[in-house]
Design a protein around this ligand. Structure first.
Ligand SMILES: Cc1cc2nc3c(=O)[nH]c(=O)nc-3n(C[C@H](O)[C@H](O)[C@H](O)COP(=O)(O)OP(=O)(O)OC[C@H]3O[C@@H](n4cnc5c(N)ncnc54)[C@H](O)[C@@H]3O)c2cc1C
Length: 389
């Protein structure tokens, strides 16, 4: 075997997995198909402070802005405010992911992992003891062997399919997103903003994450099945109405899995982490924090498996246990909420917002917001009570 572990994909999940495994003394290869790690950025870059500081020392170089709360708007413009005075914050930093993703890969390299870019994994073949991974690099084909593969290859993951793990997404399980980096617009830079409504963003929402004074990520996620227009048309309409004074200096498009996590993220010799395992949140679409957590758990379990000389699905099931115990329950809960929310008409969304309008919820989390809504609207939200309270 050339390697103990090959990690495919150098996003937050892959880099943290490679770093963790290398720190435990494993021989690790981290492979990224893009020529520059972190570019292009397909992300609004909002993340909780707590989640980030669990895995890396915070470095101002990759923080674009710090927010103290969120303002959420219903279709008729009713505002609900949440501030981050209590624990449980879900957004606090707005990252500079171009720098952040590269920083995480550097940490993996410094821990001893081999890092290669512009190299695409094209398939895996089973050998007697481990796996052979085939790669393409600038027209050249080659392969490497490893005892364990960690598939951290994001929303378009192929590793799961190659390993026989069900990662399929139906059209209503993938949010289609478009985002502009806008400058010259006015907003309070201490807040992130979210707008809901079937005319604004069917099956999703519009967001604004500050990246300093007058510059922000303004984006949209929608479920195409519910939409009359394309995501870009909805976003253009929103921008025209609210931020017509601004200039668009960058544009990205991408997908976010909102299916909820895979039932199992392991097969013999293989673990999936982050978006590859559908670890992103079905409500917020946020996936950075869970990707880092999953990478950490996968790297740790890889080390245990190598030590025991056992790379079977049964051994790697410990990884499933770890991520399910950590964030699996909240993904499950938020999937139920997402199914309920996407069926609500604008009138109901307004009714909910009116019931807590003017509140400052003192905590920045979906759970806190929904708990308050259930208290005020017990009949409307009776079915959420058993999962949220
Ligand atoms: C528009 C948009 C806005 C978002 N906003 C937020 C947000 O504000 N907050 C948040 O927490 N999350 C957000 N997300 C989600 C977040 O970006 C992802 O959940 C997160 O990046 C997942 O990390 P990951 O490491 O699993 O995958 P990724 O970051 O996608 O990394 C996967 C890597 O694998 C590489 N790769 C893929 N296939 C191969 C292959 N065959 N061989 C080699 N390399 C390969 C890719 O090039 C990529 O670099 C957003 C997503 C989108 C699309």
């Amino acid at each position: 075997m050339n390697y103990d572990v090959i990690v495919i994909g150098a996003g937050p999940a892959g880099s943290i997995a490679a770093k963790t495994a290398a720190e435990k003394g494993l021989n690790v290869l981290l492979v990224e198909k893009r020529q520059e790690i972190g570019v292009p950025v397909r992300c609004a870059e909002g993340v909780s402070k707590e989640a980030i500081s669990r895995f890396v020392d915070v470095d101002r170089k990759w923080i674009a802005a710090e927010v103290k709360g969120a303002k959420v708007y219903s279709p008729d413009g009713t505002e609900v405010q949440m501030t981050e005075e209590m624990a449980g914050d879900e957004v606090g930093f707005v990252l500079e992911r171009k720098i952040f993703d590269r920083y995480l890969a550097k940490l993996a390299g410094r821990a001893g992992a081999d890092v290669v870019v512009k190299t695409t994994a094209t398939g895996i073949e089973r050998g007697k003891d481990g796996l052979k991974v085939n790669f393409r690099r600038m027209g050249e084909e080659f392969s490497e062997e490893a005892k364990i593969i960690i598939g951290a290859d994001g929303v378009e993951s192929r590793v799961g399919k190659w390993a026989g793990i069900d990662t399929t997404l139906k059209t209503d399980e993938l949010e289609v997103c478009v985002q502009y980096l806008m400058t010259g617009i006015e907003f309070d830079p201490e807040y992130s903003y979210f707008w809901f409504g079937n005319e604004i963003a069917p099956g999703g929402y519009v967001w604004l994450f500050p990246k300093g004074n007058s510059t922000a990520n303004v984006g949209i996620g929608i479920l195409p099945k519910m939409a009359k227009l394309s995501a870009r048309e909805y976003l253009d309409n929103f921008v025209k109405e609210n931020y017509s004074e601004g200039e668009v200096i960058e544009m990205v498009a991408g997908g976010v899995p909102v299916k909820g996590p895979v039932k199992t993220a392991v097969a013999d010799n293989v673990m999936l982490a982050g978006d590859a395992a559908r670890h992103s949140d079905p409500i917020t679409g946020g996936g950075i924090a869970n990707a880092m957590k999953a990478g950490f758990f996968a790297g740790g379990v890889a080390a245990e498996a190598i030590e025991k000389g056992d790379y079977s699905k049964k051994m790697l099931a410990k990884y499933d246990e770890l991520w399910k115990n950590d964030f699996g329950k909240s993904l499950h809960r938020n999937k139920i909420l997402q199914q309920k929310l996407i069926k609500m008409d604008d009138k109901t969304l307004n009714t909910l917002a009116h019931s807590i309008a003017g509140y400052d919820l003192q905590e920045f989390s979906v759970k806190r917001l929904v708990t308050e809504l259930i208290k005020k609207n017990p009949k409307l939200l009776w079915d959420l009570k058993k999962v949220f309270i």
